[in-house]
Design a binder for this molecule. Structure first.
Ligand code: GLA
Length: 409
């Protein structure tokens, strides 16, 4: 007999009364046989009550009593739940739009929470995994990949990871246009230098405001520790940082540390050779961009008559800030953004890490076809290498669904 994975042992269901009962009920309810069973034990906490969520250690143990679930993967997007106890009624819902009614303690909510939780966990694992390539990304890509739902964008909040629908106004679509300039995030230090500049800015701002700065890693932490608005953070930035680039020596003086400490405790291996860091510009971009995200969400919620105009303006401001303050654009992206605006986009900006890659433009639906034709002519037509890739480089798109597993029929 082949060795078994202890977490997935094979059992003779006929010999296990509880499993057998479960199998029979499953069959009479759904007319099919479960493909696998899951067991999760109950637990008892021996000592340490109400302190785990405060960060302190506890001593629980699993008990022999358990919960059993019989599962059959289905090809539809419908989750169908049934309980052997008739006290708990059957429940079904669509898997790509899980809505948990928190007003009532319904039994099936626990299942739905697990389903949602796994999606979040997978997103965090994938974000952590990406760092092995050498870049210090933030987790946006992985989060939206798992948490996306058709028909809506999402506000993704971090620590803890949360996603909230942001319904985009009707009357306009997003058009993606590839600049056909490639920047390999993993092979160059552009990306990590920015991550480091933000980290250094956070530390210098924290120190300036008299906060414990050495464990501060993110600009958001400075804001939340101070308990002030993003607009106020922008004023603090004006006050505490200067526009001239900071040398490593100046950063050491600001933080009261040695060059050795700067290298070993703060900078990453691929940013240690940078001679200067722009802290003011990066912090200014981050706090102002964070404020624009909230304004964007608010416009979508309030949906005024000029929503498309307002959203477009926020996108344009974002591009300017990326270009001038964060310096993550490139001449081709700037040219493409100008072309898109010239031919009727209400807003256009670089999207993703930048230094190449794509733009996203907000385009009124009624001019979409002329817009696509004009951008084609202005950016792609005269250039053979761009033209060769144009089919996959210029298109309108809508908010789509998230990651899925497909099983062969
Ligand atoms: C990359 C990273 C993301 C995010 C963006 C910039 O795509 O993977 O985490 O930082 O850049 O917004």
């Amino acid at each position: 007999m082949a060795a078994e994975d202890p977490a997935t042992p094979r059992v003779q269901v006929a010999e296990q009364p509880r499993l057998l009962k479960l199998k029979e009920m499953f069959n009479s309810k759904f007319g099919s046989t479960p493909k696998f069973y899951v067991r999760a034990p109950g637990r008892v906490n021996i000592i340490g009550e109400h302190i785990d969520y405060c960060g302190y250690s506890v001593i629980p143990m699993a008990v022999e009593q358990d919960m059993l679930i019989a599962v059959e993967p289905v090809k539809t997007h419908t989750l169908q739940l049934a309980n052997t106890d008739p006290l708990y009624p059957d429940f079904s819902t669509t898997a790509n739009n899980i809505c948990i009614d928190k007003t009532k303690p319904l039994w099936h909510n626990y299942f739905l929470c697990g389903f949602k939780g796994i999606q979040v966990e997978l997103a965090e694992i994938c974000a952590k995994s990406e760092r092995y390539i050498g870049t210090e990304g933030g987790g946006m890509d992985q989060s939206i990949s798992f948490l996306a739902e058709e028909g809506t964008a999402k506000l993704i909040e971090f620590s803890p990871l949360r996603a909230t629908d942001v319904k985009l106004p009707s009357g306009a679509v997003f058009v993606i246009a590839n600049s056909c300039v490639e920047m390999n995030k993993a092979a160059t230090s552009h990306f990590n230098v920015r991550v480091m500049e933000c980290r250094l800015a956070a530390k210098v701002l924290a120190k300036h405001k008299g906060l414990q700065w050495d464990n501060v890693l993110r600009l958001e932490e400075v804001q939340s520790k101070l308990g002030i608005s993003l607009e106020e953070m922008l004023l603090v930035t004006e006050d505490a940082l200067h526009a001239e680039p900071y040398s490593q020596e100046e950063i050491c003086r600001c933080l009261g540390i040695s060059l050795e400490e700067l290298h070993t405790q703060i900078l990453s291996p691929n940013t240690q050779d940078e001679l200067t860091f722009k802290l003011y510009q990066r912090a200014k971009h981050v706090y102002s961009e964070a404020a624009r995200v909230l304004q964007f969400k608010q416009v979508c919620e309030e949906a005024p008559d000029n929503a498309v105009q307002l959203l477009g303006e926020l996108m344009n401001q974002s591009h300017r800030s990326c270009r001038d303050m964060y310096e993550c654009s490139c001449p081709e992206l700037d040219q493409l953004v100008d072309i898109c605006r010239k031919f009727g986009a209400k807003g256009s900006r670089l999207t993703g890490a930048g230094w190449g890659g794509c733009t996203v433009s907000l385009v009124p639906t009624d001019i979409l076809s002329s817009f696509l034709a004009s951008v084609h002519e202005a950016y792609y037509q005269g250039n053979t290498s761009r033209l060769a890739r144009e089919k996959h480089s210029l298109f309108a798109t809508k908010p789509g669904g998230g990651a899925l597993v497909f099983l062969e029929a």
